[in-house]
Design a protein around this ligand. Structure first.
Ligand code: HEM
Length: 215
């Protein structure tokens, strides 16, 4: 029987509303209808890559942290894969780490956590990487269809070469998160932070939606 107050259950249940909001966001809707052009798709990938780069940097830097270190899973790292996809699409990276407003605000939050509450980065890892391991597999099919990709070139982001058994990994991830040495108030803070992470993603999508409709 599953306990209802494990942090993994709490994360799933208490972020459900914002997960739905992200799924139903106008950008995701257009994306699923194949209405997002390659260029905007690359913008999404490039902006997310700026955020993932920070998450991965701090996971690595804090690999010995008593809490964050317990969630050090380099097999999830996506930056290299994202760079491969961007190179495949011939996308030019932003100059000097330039960021859009929504990306900057998302990135600033990760930086703030790294300096003030490193364990909070787990919430951002959860929101993005568990999402990539879950709905991400569906999104890959959409990307392949929308951009007429015949093989795996261009979709490295969705291919977790170092995670051969995704359901087993998700189970291991949940066990690790449920064994974190944190009290109830820190658990709640992580759930709140995961919701904030969803909000940052929605803001990033909304920015892309405006660009899609302007183009
Ligand atoms: C239209 C877009 C999306 C679809 C269709 C989708 C679909 C799904 C599905 C079907 C699952 C459950 C998989 C399972 O039970 O094993 C899932 C889980 C998840 N998704 Fe999404 N998703 C979407 C967008 C997003 C976005 C934008 C994020 C975050 C930014 C996200 C984050 C997550 C997370 C964190 C989980 C894991 C929940 C848990 O088990 O704790 N998803 N998604």
């Amino acid at each position: 029987m599953t306990s209802t107050n494990t942090i993994s259950t709490q994360l799933r249940e208490d972020t459900r509303d914002l997960h739905l909001a992200a799924e139903r966001s106008p950008f995701m809707q257009s994306f699923f209808r194949g209405q997002v052009g390659r260029e905007i798709y690359c913008h999404m990938l490039a902006r997310l890559q700026q955020v993932y780069a920070l998450i991965e940097k701090y996971h690595t830097q804090h690999a010995d942290h008593p809490v964050l270190g317990k969630m050090y899973f380099p097999e999830l790292f996506r930056v290299e894969a994202m760079q491969q996809d961007l190179a495949f699409f011939n996308h030019t990276p932003a100059q000097n780490g330039e960021m859009t407003e929504a990306t900057r605000s998302y990135a600033d939050r990760i930086e703030w956590l790294a300096n003030n509450w490193p364990a909070g980065i787990i919430a951002h890892q959860y929101t993005r990487y568990l999402g990539d391991l879950s709905g991400g597999q569906m999104i890959k099919k959409v990307v392949k269809r929308a951009y007429s990709l015949a093989d795996e070139r261009g979709v490295a982001f969705y291919n977790f070469a170092d995670v051969p058994d995704i359901p087993a990994f998700k189970e291991r991830y949940r066990q690790a998160i449920d064994s974190l040495p944190i009290d109830d108030s820190e658990k709640q803070r992580l759930v709140d932070e995961a919701n904030l992470s969803f909000r940052h993603n929605i803001a990033l999508f909304n920015e892309l939606d405006t660009e899609t409709k302007a183009g």
